[in-house]
Design a protein around this ligand. Structure first.
Ligand SMILES: O=C(O)C(=O)Cc1ccccc1
Length: 279
């Protein structure tokens, strides 16, 4: 079975994907959008993409594509510790530019400023793509933020270890597919949840309160609520909502029916398990 991931090799997403799918063919893709399209077009059965980081927050592209790709569901979530290092080419340790995935640059923002002077930051499609670029361009004064697997694979020198701003740094990755399936993994189970995308009925006072009260009086515990722009104009949002724990068939289905009866649009992205994997 083919599984897409945000690559190239030695990206954090690959480290997560290789622990989820030990015996499948992992296919690197150069963007999160490419991973969604590969699932949609049937080039791969599933994809692994980053969703949220404990320092930097939601990967907004992933949330937007979950909204845009109407047939895509979530099958599982894995949480992985993240350690960032500053890597340079062994032939040229000088740098005036630090390149990496925008999430990695943000997770190391203050630590870089504290330790280094006079450099600029530049976004790359992934940490591993940045590490590969540093290895292929010894003539350029660049450093990459990436993991120790990337340092080994692309034969780079670790100039400074553990440059993330907060010691506790974890990222959630999700497995997406076109099937409403819930993956069972042999890793440490840390929870189960349901993800929904909700669009409110027309704007009126108390609209969001009304939606939240549907969960509240049923004692359904929400573990995440995030609004994202619908891109139809300022002030128009959709809500990404996680309901923690089990999805009670009658109680929860009634909640969805009630939400729809008050004019909210609800998409069920999946009920799935959350696992902890190693870095
Ligand atoms: O760029 C990568 O290696 C990714 O897989 C995305 C990412 C970036 C920073 C932290 C976790 C995941």
């Amino acid at each position: 079975m083919k599984i897409a991931y945000l690559g190239p090799e030695a990206s954090f997403t690959q480290l997560a994907a290789s622990q989820i799918f030990e015996n499948e063919t992992l296919v690197p893709h150069s963007s999160i959008l490419d991973c969604f399209n590969a699932v949609k077009n049937g080039e791969v059965k599933k994809a692994v993409v980053p969703l949220e980081n404990s320092i930097e927050g939601t990967v907004s592209m992933t949330l937007d594509y979950l909204y845009d790709f109407k047939n895509i569901s979530i099958e599982a979530e894995v949480v992985m510790p993240i350690a960032h290092h500053l890597l340079v080419n062994k032939e040229n340790p000088e740098f005036d530019t630090v390149i990496s995935h925008p999430q990695a640059l943000a997770q190391c923002y203050h630590s870089l400023d504290k330790n280094f002077k006079d450099y600029t930051r530049k976004d790359f499609s992934s940490t591993a793509a940045a590490a590969k670029y540093v290895s292929e361009n010894p003539d350029k004064k660049i450093a990459a933020i990436a993991n120790s697997y990337a340092a080994n694979l692309y034969d780079l020198k670790i100039l400074k270890k553990n440059i993330h701003d907060f010691e506790q740094n974890h990222t959630r990755f999700i497995v997406i597919s076109l099937t409403k399936n819930s993956l069972k993994l042999k890793h440490k189970l840390i929870g189960e949840k349901t993800s929904l995308i909700i669009t409110l009925p027309e704007d009126h006072a108390g609209g969001l309160h009304q939606v939240l009260s549907v969960f509240a009086w049923r004692k359904m515990n929400l573990s995440k609520i995030e609004s994202r722009t619908l891109k139809t104009g300022l002030g128009n949002y959709f809500f990404y909502i996680n309901v923690a724990n089990e999805w009670h068939p009658i109680l929860s289905e009634n909640a969805l029916a009630e939400l729809r009866s008050i004019g909210a649009e609800v998409r069920f992205l999946g009920h799935y398990e959350e696992y902890l994997v190693k870095d």
